[in-house]
Design a protein around this ligand. Structure first.
Ligand code: XIL
Length: 455
C-alpha cells in the first residue's frame, strides 16, 4: 500500500464545505459507547501514541504461527540480523538485500514501522573491513552507510546508525573497534552526518546496551549526545537495548535515565527488550519497563528482541512474551495491561474506567475523482488517553492519504483502523480530528465510521 502523507492543511475548507450540507451522508453522528480496551500489544501501544515492535528473522516468516503472531500483535519490526554489515556487504562493494527486503516488504504490507539495524558496528563485521587502512576504511564506512540507506530510503522509521561504540565498566571510554582504532573518536559524528545526507527523513539513533540505567557507560553516551546536540551533529534518538537477566536486572533508575536523554532533545526507544525468567517475576519486570517508557513522553516505542522464546538469541532464558508454542505468557498479559489494553483473561483494564468517546463524520471537500473525509473524536465525561476508530470504504474505493492519525489496515485494504498520532490525550469533552482522502473509483458513497473506543 502506498500512502501519500499530507499535512493538516489538506482539509482546510472543512467547515465551509460541511456547512454547505452537501449530502445527507455528510454528517453522521455515531453514539458514544463504553470503552473496550485494545486487545493486542500494537493496538494498546498505539492508543498511547507508541509503537510496539519485535525483532524479526526473515527465515521464519513462512511459519504461519510466527507470521500470524507478528501480524496480530506488532506494529513495528527490526530485522534481527538481515541488515547488518556481514549480511548486506560481506564482499566489498557487493550488496545483498534479499533477506532484509523480505522483512521490509512484509512490514510494509502490514503498515508496520521499520527500524533499520545497524550500519556501523564492530560485531557481525566482515573481516575485509578490519583489514583496511584508515583512509580506505573511512571510504568503506561512508559507502556502506550510503548504499544501504539509499536502498531503503523512505522506508525506514529509524536507523541505528552506530551500535555499541562504548566500553562496559567504569571507564566511559570508547570500545576498541576497527572504526575507533583507525578513525578515532570522530567516526560516530562522521557516520551520523553521512546518514543524514542520504535519508533526511529517517530518524538517526545511537544504540547500546548496559546504558539502561545511570552509570559510567550511559554517562559517556549522554555526554556524546549532549555534545552532538550543542554542535548540530544530526542525531534524533537513542536506543536502549534492554537485555535483562539476573546478572543485569532492570535498573531502578531506568525511567530517570530515559528522561535525562529525552531532556537533551532526542527521542528514546527501547530497542531490543528481553528479560530472562518466567511467571510473575518476569511479568513484573516487563511491566516496569513498559511503565518507564509510558512515563517519558519522548519514549516513542518498545521493541522486544523476538516473538517467541523458541527463536530467541537467549532461548534458554525464556526472555520473551510468547512461549515456544506462541502461547501468551504472564509477561504478555502484564505488558498488555500496563499499556492499558486487556487480554482474553481480562486481567488488565487498569485505569480505563469511565473512558468513552464519540465520533462524527463530515465530507470536507470533493472532486470528480475523490473526496476528503474528516472524523472528529470527542471524549466523553472523563478524560481519555487514547482512541480507536474504524473507517470502512466500499470497494473499489480506496483511501489514498491520511493525516493527523496513525492508520493500520485489514488485509482487504477496505477497513482502516485509525489511532492517535500524538493526539490521543483529550480532556473530558475535548475533540480532535483526523482526515483522509477516498479515491472514488466510480463510487462516491460515504464511508462507514465505526464506534469510537477510548482508553
Ligand atoms: C543478535 C541476534 O539476535 C543473534 O541472532 C545474532 O547471532 C547476534 O546478534 N545487540 C544487538 C543485536 O545490537 O544486533 C544483537 O542481535 C544482540 C545484541
Amino acid at each position: 500500500m502506498t500512502m501519500i502523507r499530507r499535512r493538516w492543511g489538506g482539509a482546510r475548507s472543512a467547515v465551509s464545505v460541511a456547512a454547505a450540507g452537501l449530502l445527507a451522508a455528510a454528517a453522521i453522528p455515531v453514539l458514544a459507547h463504553q470503552a473496550a480496551a485494545a486487545d493486542t500489544l500494537g493496538s494498546a501501544a498505539a492508543a498511547k501514541g507508541r509503537y510496539f515492535g519485535t525483532a524479526v528473522a526473515a527465515s521464519h516468516l513462512g511459519e504461519s504461527a510466527y507470521a500470524g503472531t507478528l501480524d496480530r500483535e506488532f506494529t513495528a519490526v527490526t530485522p534481527e540480523n538481515e541488515m547488518k554489515w556481514d549480511a548486506t556487504e560481506s564482499t566489498r562493494g557487493t550488496f545483498t538485500f534479499g533477506a532484509a527486503d523480505q522483512i521490509v516488504s512484509h512490514a510494509q504490507a502490514h503498515s508496520m514501522k521499520i527500524r533499520g539495524h545497524t550500519l556501523v558496528w564492530h560485531s557481525q563485521l566482515p573481516s575485509w573491513v578490519s583489514g583496511l587502512s584508515a583512509s580506505d576504511l573511512r571510504t568503506a564506512m561512508n559507502n556502506h552507510i550510503t548504499q544501504v540507506m539509499q536502498h531503503y530510503k523512505g522506508k525506514i522509521y529509524a536507523w541505528d546508525v552506530v551500535n555499541e561504540a562504548f566500553q562496559d565498566g567504569g571507564s566511559g571510554a570508547r570500545r576498541s573497534s576497527p572504526f575507533q582504532d583507525k578513525l578515532g573518536n570522530g567516526f560516530i559524528e562522521e557516520a551520523f552526518r553521512t546518514a543524514r545526507s542520504v535519508d533526511p527523513n529517517a530518524k538517526l539513533c545511537y544504540n547500546d546496551y548496559n546504558t539502561d540505567g545511570i552509570n559510567a557507560k550511559s554517562n559517556a553516551v549522554y555526554n556524546m549526545v549532549k555534545d552532538f546536540k550543542s554542535r548540530g551533529v544530526p542525531i534524533d534518538c537513542v536506543g536502549f537495548q534492554s537485555h535483562f537477566n539476573s546478572a543485569s536486572p532492570v535498573p531502578s533508575d531506568y525511567q530517570a535515565n530515559l528522561q535525562r536523554f529525552a531532556d537533551l532533545g532526542v527521542d528514546v526507544q527501547i530497542t531490543e527488550l528481553d528479560i530472562e525468567g518466567s511467571g510473575t517475576a518476569q511479568a513484573t519486570n516487563y511491566a516496569n519497563v513498559v511503565k518507564a517508557c509510558l512515563a517519558v513522553s519522548r519514549c516513542t516505542g518498545i521493541t522486544v528482541w523476538g516473538i517467541t522464546d523458541k527463536y530467541s538469541w537467549r532461548s534458554s532464558g525464556t526472555p520473551l512474551l510468547f512461549d515456544s508454542n506462541y502461547t501468551k505468557k504472564p509477561a504478555y498479559d502484564a505488558v498488555l495491561s500496563t499499556l492499558g489494553g486487556s487480554g482474553s483473561g481480562g486481567g488488565g483494564g487498569g485505569g480505563g474506567t469511565g473512558a468513552t468517546c464519540s465520533v462524527s463524520y463530515a465530507k470536507t471537500q470533493e472532486w470528480s475523482d475523490r473526496f476528503n473525509g474528516q472524523v472528529t473524536v470527542t471524549a466523553g465525561s472523563a478524560p481519555i488517553s487514547g482512541w480507536t476508530v474504524t473507517v470502512t470504504v466500499t470497494p473499489p474505493q480506496k483511501i489514498s492519504a491520511t493525516w493527523n492519525g496513525s492508520p493500520t489496515w485489514d488485509s482487504s485494504g477496505n477497513v482502516m483502523t485509525m489511532r492517535p498520532n500524538g493526539n490521543g490525550s483529550l480532556a473530558a469533552g475535548a475533540s480532535t480530528s483526523f482526515g483522509f482522502t477516498v479515491m472514488k473509483n466510480g463510487n462516491s458513497a460515504a464511508p462507514a465510521i465505526g464506534a469510537c473506543t477510548a482508553s
